[in-house]
Design a protein around this ligand. Structure first.
Ligand SMILES: O=c1[nH]c(=O)c2[nH]c(=O)[nH]c2[nH]1
Length: 315
């Protein structure tokens, strides 16, 4: 037997690394009523004296990947997230200096940028006092959509958007729901509400005799009303927020008679930091990607017929 108990056959272990990939950590920093978000996807890859676990299965040198995940969330609380670089340096140093068998740590981080939703009444260029304090829209443009149908006499125009991701870091609760023997969900009195909005709205312009809407202005204003309603609704459920977003559009845009939404509830779970002696005061969240609640619904101008299909994926 060799020192590292490598089996006596002509096979060699090459480069190897291990760790927990894609830890989705969201850190909310509360500066009074003004909140700040850091939203990261952190992947840890460690290497060092790891021959033995591959050859014999001895885990004596293996810091579990589960521990590397916990470290990411605990560090978000203990040291904060000033920048992705600072956070990654801190983690890499920790793994290499605290565990003798670990010689190299590679931390990869993707950061998702958020900007504040402009407060109602403000124009979209506004800053400072005109910005919502705990309502954010993810940077990077959504995709704008339209479908036009013409049968030689009448028009149907359905426009909309997808992938408009928004978050309220407070002013959302969920409680008082039905509980049966399979219910384990804890009631929430201050949770994060986040969704990636997919919406379609139908114009009431149908024939060439009518004056057509200003399509560009209509899109910009509809998006604005939707975002403002999201930011300003104190939400008891995503269903309630959906209704508020739709009715704000119907109330303010006379050219639109019907709005349909498909809203995935992008769950953010508070991470239990008690095992590490840390209190998580609504600061560090695990952003789960699936499964997700999917809340869908149509809001109509009174007396109008629904025409937007229930399944928006084909539209
Ligand atoms: O806003 C919500 N609506 C629900 O119907 C629901 N169901 C659930 O588990 N969480 C939530 N949140």
């Amino acid at each position: 037997m060799t020192v590292n108990s490598r089996p006596a056959h002509p096979v060699m272990l090459g480069q190897n690394q291990y760790g927990k990939a894609e830890n989705r950590v969201v850190k909310i920093t509360r500066d009074g009523a003004t909140h700040h978000i850091k939203d990261l996807n952190v992947s840890v890859a460690l290497s060092g004296d790891m021959d033995e676990v591959h050859y014999s299965g001895s885990n004596a040198n293996v810091l579990p990947t589960d521990t590397t995940k916990n470290t990411v969330f605990a560090f978000a609380k203990e040291h904060g997230i000033e920048s992705a670089e600072q956070f990654g340096i801190h983690l890499a140093r920790h793994f290499v200096t605290s565990q003798q068998p670990i010689h190299r740590a590679r931390i990869r981080i993707e950061e998702y940028a958020w900007e504040r939703i402009a407060a109602s009444g403000a124009d979209s260029q506004s800053i400072g006092a005109d910005e919502a304090r705990h309502s954010f829209v993810r940077k990077g443009q959504e995709t704008r959509l339209t479908q036009i149908t013409y049968d030689g006499s009448s028009w149907e125009v359905i426009s909309g958007l997808k992938d408009l991701t928004v978050m309220n870091s407070t002013d959302s609760e969920f409680w008082g729901y039905v509980k049966d023997k399979y219910t384990t969900l804890q009631e929430a009195y201050d949770r994060i509400l986040a969704t990636s909005v997919s919406a379609r709205w139908r114009f009431n312009w149908t024939d060439d005799e009518q004056k057509a809407p200003d399509w560009e202005k209509s899109y910009e204003q509809t998006r604005k009303h939707m975002l403002e309603a999201f930011a300003e609704t104190y939400s008891l459920s995503l269903q309630q927020t959906l209704y508020q977003m739709g009715s704000r559009i119907i109330d303010n845009r006379s050219e639109i008679d019907e709005v349909r939404f498909s809203l995935p509830n992008k769950h953010h779970f508070l991470v239990d930091l008690e095992p590490f002696g840390l209190k998580n005061d609504n600061e560090v969240y695990f952003a789960a990607d699936r499964p997700y609640g999917l809340i869908e619904g149509t809001i109509l101008r009174d007396g109008c017929e629904p025409k937007i299909p229930a399944d928006l994926t084909n539209l």
